[in-house]
Ligand binder design. Structure first.
Ligand SMILES: [Zn+2]
Length: 163
């Protein structure tokens, strides 16, 4: 990614700035210029406004990743989740500050800004949003466990090679 593109995208990456259709109220992230909910009647044209997501949401589905993508080598296993925000949009993000085994559907989470990945040994560090639990996971009475969890397709669960 070029520096120019990185900075152009930075406000969105840091602030969870989306857009909202003032016609039907649907919120989008990333922001959209027209509202697909309204397109049939073209009612949303010029009715989209910037909208700030609160960063609050809950885990909608998740998978535990044991084989990292390039740049994530130091972080396995990690949890990649679909987080349904309070305002509606569903984001794909890493869930941090919790043991992967304790993550469950419905876990309340809040956006937090963290290092996303590093390119090369002394490379560019990208920051962006991740989600951390916003509820007390110790005393939660909601059943936890793998029921309903979406496993990453084709990712075998095997022991990691010794360090
Ligand atoms: Zn709309």
């Amino acid at each position: 990614m070029s520096i120019a593109r990185f900075w152009r995208e930075t406000p969105r990456r840091y602030n969870l700035g989306g857009s909202r259709c003032t016609n039907c109220g649907t919120v989008y992230f990333p922001p959209r210029g027209v509202c697909p909910e309204c397109t049939h009647h073209r009612q949303s044209i010029e009715k989209m406004e910037p909208f700030q997501l609160s960063g609050d949401g809950e885990v909608y589905s998740y998978s535990v990743v044991h084989e990292p993508a390039e740049g994530f080598e130091m972080q396995v296993p990690y949890v990649l989740a679909l987080v349904k925000t309070k305002e509606g949009p569903i984001l794909t993000a890493q869930v941090v500050d919790i043991e992967p085994k304790d993550v469950r559907i419905g876990l309340k989470v809040r956006a937090t800004f963290r290092k996303l990945r590093q390119e090369g040994k002394a490379g560019v560090i990208h920051y962006g949003y991740k989600f951390a639990p916003s509820e007390d996971t110790e005393t939660s009475i909601v059943p936890r466990g793998p029921a309903g969890a979406v496993r990453a397709a084709g990712v075998p669960e095997r022991d990691r090679a010794p360090a």
